[in-house]
Ligand binder design. Structure first.
Ligand code: ADP
Length: 470
């Protein structure tokens, strides 16, 4: 019997890019046993943090050497514009590996004030076997957020790339081997969710599992962890993030519209922090809609391999359908489709959804609450700051928000009032690597990415109490 495989298809034009095996449950469990042996052999975990850092820094150099290959693989598999892969995803992945390598020996435990006959201290130790289940929208960049701290801390890591996007992650693992990472410390298991992902979630040896993907899958993983070995689970999930514009927002000039467009349409809006809900003060609503819709309509939609392309395809026909159905539903409810709303025929075999701006949506309507994961943006007007906060928080998600006002009091009141793990003011940004990234409400659970805090996902704290005779 031949092993089951997944056919990788280009989201750009439907051509077949290759076949990839679906790693079976038995193979997943064999991989975790192997990772456990490698961990216990201390071939990696027994090295000093600086020795591990030097291998990871070498990995970062090799990623820079192969940057174009890595960019091309994510562009082909995920349909992301090549310019975005070259200028954003690959450099930021390299930077993540570097940052965590440099950070690993710059952390300290604690000692306690327990008395003259005791030395008590805490330290953080690696789990041993850990795993990450990855999304398809930032295949390499999300892998790097996990690989950096997990390996720097001394774990053996199993990565499951998303079904459609294994190739940049596989190339990353090959580069890690070239950099000197011992065999078996990093294993990449391609496959699908129900087979490979589910087997990881219920594996008895995996001590910590980090997931980035949809809220529905996050729930399933959490239940599987609870039913198996109670592995520590960290979840980064969906969002429906607001962009809040106070009445002075136009004072930011072009930066405002450029920031809004980036927030809404980066990776065709297939971005968990995408600012897909614009909340704007009524006094500037019409002008903002006119300028934003014009900028959205002017985006160059095209084949992702074309360096001029700003907006590529969405991943699948089903995803495109979900988006156009939601817009059609809003239309039936009386909303106004200012621009877009349909698929456009850009490249045969691909699914390209026009940048879409919808106004006049009823509060609480589906299009303002459902994560569509595409280039669909709604605009709602408000009159007061409190109303803006209430609208911003009227969703089950709490990942990110951006706030546009130059008034400090409003900026802080909004930043503090919005229920989200990350708020940017006067810009759209997720911040640099020193800034923790984690969602609130149904966007996040159990840990954060980036910053020194990311090491907490991949290590556990031990208290050591030593009695001695003074
Ligand atoms: P999307 O809907 O955007 O594809 P998912 O949350 O389904 O997002 O996928 C994110 C990752 O989770 C992928 O690597 C996918 O294979 C994996 N996955 C999907 N279903 C499961 C599951 N039941 N258990 C574990 N992993 C899963």
């Amino acid at each position: 019997m031949t092993a089951p495989t997944l056919t990788l298809r280009s989201p750009a034009d439907g051509t077949v890019l290759g076949e990839t095996p679906i790693t079976s449950a038995a193979e997943v469990h064999a991989a975790s046993r192997r990772a456990d042996e490698v961990f216990r052999s201390r071939v990696w975990s027994g090295r000093t943090p600086r020795e591990r850092a030097s291998v990871l820094l070498r990995l970062a150099e090799l990623m820079a050497r192969d940057a174009e290959t890595l960019a091309r693989l994510d562009c082909e598999d995920a349909g992301k514009p090549i310019t975005e892969c070259r200028e954003n995803d690959v450099p930021s992945a390299i930077e993540s590996i570097r940052w965590f390598a440099e950070a690993v020996d710059k952390q300290y435990g604690t000692t306690t004030a327990s008395g003259p006959d005791v030395l008590a201290f805490t330290e953080r130790e690696p789990f041993g076997v850990v795993a990450a289940i990855l999304p398809w929208n930032y295949p390499l960049a999300m892998a790097a957020w996990k690989v950096g701290p997990a390996l720097a801390a001394g774990n053996s890591l199993i990565l499951k790339p998303a079904d459609a996007t294994p190739r940049s992650v596989q190339h990353l693992a090959a580069l890690a081997a070239e950099a000197g990472l011992p065999d078996g410390v990093l294993q990449v298991l391609p496959g699908d969710g129900p087979t490979t992902g589910a087997a990881l979630a219920e594996d008895p040896l995996i001590g910590a599992l980090s997931f980035t993907g949809s809220t529905a899958t996050g729930r399933t993983i959490l239940a599987a962890a609870a039913a198996s070995n109670l592995k520590r689970v960290s979840l980064e999930m969906g969002g429906k993030s607001p962009q809040i514009l106070m009445d002075d927002a136009l004072s930011f000039g072009n930066e405002l519209i450029e920031g809004m467009v980036e927030s809404a349409f980066l990776t065709s809006g297939q971005n968990c922090t995408a600012g897909s809900r614009i909340l704007v003060h009524r006094s500037i609503h019409d002008e903002v809609v006119t300028r934003f819709a014009a900028a959205a309509a002017a985006l160059r939609v095209g084949h992702p391999a074309d360096p001029a392309t700003q907006l590529g395809p969405v991943l699948t026909a089903a995803a495109a359908r979900r988006m156009t159905d939601a817009v059609a539903q809003a239309d039936r409810e009386g909303a106004t489709i200012v621009t877009g709303g349909t698929e456009i025929d850009v490249v045969p075999g691909g699914h390209y959804v026009a940048p879409t701006v919808v106004t006049g949506v009823a509060a609480g309507s589906a299009i303002t609450r459902q994560e569509l994961f595409g280039p669909i943006v709604t605009v709602q007007a408000f009159d007061t700051r409190d109303e803006a906060i209430a609208l911003a928080n009227d969703i089950p998600y709490g990942l990110a928000a951006s706030v546009w006002t130059a008034r400090l009091d409003d900026a802080l009141a909004l930043a503090r009032g919005v229920e989200a793990g990350l708020v940017s003011v006067g810009t759209y940004s997720e911040g640099d690597l020193a800034v923790p990234f984690g969602g609130w409400k149904q966007s996040g659970f159990g840990g954060v990415e980036k910053s020194l805090r990311a090491f907490e996902q991949w290590t556990r704290e031990k208290s050591i109490w030593i009695r001695h005779r003074p």
